[in-house]
Design a protein around this ligand. Structure first.
Ligand SMILES: [Zn+2]
Length: 137
């Protein structure tokens, strides 16, 4: 990981509390984190769109009176599964939007549970993470 993606960690609780209102991610790294979040956001949005279209197709197939009952039942099951996946993708999309908001107000990169720094290795794989690995268990 490039050094400029590293999060500046406060050294003590006092410093942490002093730093609470400050930016925790190195200011120079902000555009890169934003770009990563926006990349993930775009990717998830494309999936939501793709799933939404697939859901409509499955719903139409489920309602198609010209096909057999078995085919309609299968299409209804497919629609339910696609809907479940669409909702899951939409939730991640909302998490990414929340991370972009945290980034805008200088709260990105801090665990919302314990207040400690979230490891950059964790953020690199899941930049929308709200919690550190310990709190997410
Ligand atoms: Zn934590």
């Amino acid at each position: 990981m490039p050094a400029d993606l590293a999060i500046i960690s406060p050294r003590s609780a006092a410093e942490r509390s002093l730093a609470a209102g400050m930016r925790h991610v190195h200011p120079a790294a902000l555009p890169q984190w934003r770009a990563l979040l926006e990349f993930h956001w775009q990717e998830r949005l494309e999936r939501v769109t793709e799933f939404s279209l697939a859901y409509c197709d499955a719903e139409e197939a489920a309602a198609d009176a010209s096909s057999g009952r078995g085919a309609r039942v299968a299409a209804r099951r497919r629609a339910a599964e696609i809907l479940r996946r669409t909702v899951a993708e939409r939730r991640v999309l909302a998490d990414i939007e929340a991370a972009l908001s945290r980034l805008a107000i200088g709260r990105f990169g801090w665990c919302e549970q314990c207040g400690r720094v979230i490891a950059t290795t964790r953020l690199a794989g899941m930049p929308q993470a709200r919690y550190c690995a310990d709190c997410d268990r």
